[in-house]
Design a protein around this ligand. Structure first.
Ligand SMILES: [Zn+2]
Length: 76
């Protein structure tokens, strides 16, 4: 498999954190997908996209269980 962006061949399946935005909050979801190690392009398969959409829907309905791991602060 070659990267469609940089044509590099160094693509490896990795655990990454996808960011989902829910109102003013950011929720990290751990997913396991191929990532180009040269340019950072992420290759989502259909199952992963569906999984993320499902989580997003649950979060909007405030059904997901979340654990606070830190804060995002804005300097004013
Ligand atoms: Zn690439």
């Amino acid at each position: 498999m070659k990267c469609v962006i940089c044509h590099g061949e160094d693509i490896q399946v990795q655990d990454i954190r996808e960011e989902l935005k829910v109102k003013n909050d950011i929720v990290y979801v751990q997913i396991h997908i191929p990532v180009c190690r040269t340019c950072g392009e992420r290759y989502y398969d259909r199952r992963t996209i569906r999984y993320l959409e499902d989580i997003e829907r649950k979060l909007k309905q405030e059904k997901g269980k979340l654990k606070e791991v830190g804060k995002i602060l804005v300097y004013t």
